[in-house]
Structure formats: C-alpha cells, structure tokens
Ligand binder design. Structure first.
Ligand SMILES: [Zn+2]
Length: 216
C-alpha cells in the first residue's frame, strides 16, 4: 500500500446513455486509466436483472485485473467499501435503489472519486430509478448516444420489443428473464403504445420486424 490515498477532494462523475451507447466501455476505460495511475479501485455492478449477472473483470495492459462485485442494493455497496479505495466505480446503477445517491455523496465527501454508469431512461423514455438524482448531484456528466437502428440518427431511447412488436407502456420497467429485446432508437422512431392504441402503433402493412430490418 502506498499510503497515498489522501485526496484533496472527492467528486461524482456520471456516464449515462441508452443501451449500446458504450457507457460501460467508457466506465471501464476510466477504471483502466485509474489502474495505470496506480489508484486503489473498487468496481461494483448491479445484477438485479439476470442478464447482467456474473462477475466481470477489468484488466489493464500491464496485466493487473480488478474484479467487479455484483450487488443488488446500495446498502451492499456501502458494506463492501474498502476504506482505502480511492476510486469507486458502479455500473448499471439504474437498477439500484435511491440510497445510492447518498452512498455516492458520502464517498465523494470523504475524498473519493466516484464513477457511475447507467441507463438514464427506461423503455418508455422516462427517468430511470436513481439516475436523475445522480445526474443532478454529480460534478461531471457525460451523456452518450447509440445509433438509431431505423434511421441512423443519434439514439437517445431504449426501444423494447416483445415478439418483434413495441412493448406497451404498461409493461414492467424491469423485466427479469423475459423474452423481450431492445434496440437503440431516436426520439422520432421510439414507439411506446398505450394499451388502447397498441393496435395502431405500427403503420399499416408494416410489421415491427420489417421496420427493424429496414433500418439496419
Ligand atoms: Zn430514428
């Protein structure tokens, strides 16, 4: 241990964007750079949704590796914080409870650099979980975009599809173990039918599957 974990001041930086926008890659890039800078780092990853389960490891070019702790609550992160860690990175933060806002603030208040990545909007295009509060309280915010699979514009929305059709507004915010799929879409191409309009959400004669493929 270098004993050099005296940091003048801490802060929170948030990387948000839709799925496929590269936000996890950006988080890992920052973690890799912190590894190169020989900082003490902890990485946490929400695994509320089964698809995100599993331990991920971040490695740097010199062969050092950092494992990410899978967590499903802000309390678990608070319990597992290594008091000597200088940098704390949290991926998939949208699935965490709102307690993560205070956990991040406390860490920053104690001089830590807190890097958070997450999807800022749910499949409806509405603010997702604790992300709005994290964005508001962070010192640094980067919003990344994917590419709309239908028109090629910058994509800012997560399009949920169930059996190839846009999922209705009433489907749950988090579907665990479901058969849904997702696409990145722009605001204009994003479709979230209300229950009473689900029959007219797709243009006549065009299937959702056809719309999807036409944009690729
Ligand atoms: Zn589009």
């Amino acid at each position: 241990m270098s004993g050099s974990f005296q940091i003048a001041g801490g802060w929170i930086e948030v990387v948000v964007g839709v799925m496929f926008s590269g936000k996890s890659e950006e988080l890992m890039r920052r973690v890799r750079r912190a590894i190169i800078a020989r900082k003490r780092i902890q990485v946490f990853k929400s695994h509320l949704d089964e698809r995100y389960a599993g331990v991920l490891a971040v490695s740097s070019h010199d062969g050092r590796t950092i494992d990410a702790f899978p967590v499903d609550s802000s309390a678990q992160i608070a319990q597992r914080i290594d008091p000597t860690a200088q940098v704390i990175a949290i991926d998939e933060a949208q699935f965490l409870d709102r307690g993560i806002v205070q956990v991040a603030a406390d860490l920053a208040g104690r001089g830590r650099r807190v890097i958070i990545a997450g999807t800022d909007t749910d499949f409806r295009g509405e603010p997702f979980g604790p992300m709005p509060d994290l964005l508001a309280t962070a010192e640094l915010v980067d919003k990344l975009h994917a590419i709309c699979v239908l028109c090629g514009a910058p994509a800012s929305r997560n399009q949920r599809l169930i059996e190839g059709r846009p999922a209705s507004w009433d489907s749950p915010t988090i579907m665990v173990g479901g058969h849904e799929s997702y696409e990145a879409r722009c605001r204009a191409c994003h479709v979230v039918p209300r229950c009473d309009e689900s029959q007219v959400a797709i243009p006549f004669g065009v299937t959702a599957e056809g719309m999807r493929h036409s944009g690729r």
